[in-house]
Write a protein that binds this ligand. Structure first.
Ligand SMILES: [Zn+2]
Length: 78
């Protein structure tokens, strides 16, 4: 993938974590409640196993930015 900020080639990789909780995105100054999280509102499209989650992400070394896909619906953004 080409970085949309500087137009250089991005490196493929994964973001990973311990997998004890799912990964969510929340709009700035807004909190997702328990029900929101239960129905998957704001959930990042990660792969989960027993002890780990991974998210495929492209990384730009120049800009220090990453791009990854989500399955966030428009309903989360008012
Ligand atoms: Zn860049």
């Amino acid at each position: 993938m080409i970085c949309p900020y500087c137009s250089k080639e991005m490196k493929k990789g994964v973001i990973s974590g311990d997998g004890r909780s799912k990964v969510f995105w929340e709009p700035e100054n807004e909190k997702l409640d328990m029900l929101d999280k239960l129905i998957g509102k704001g959930m990042i499209d990660a792969k989960y196993s027993l002890s780990k989650f991974t998210i495929e992400a492209d990384y730009c070394e120049g800009c220090k930015k990453m791009i990854f896909s989500t399955n966030i619906s428009n309903s989360i953004i008012n």
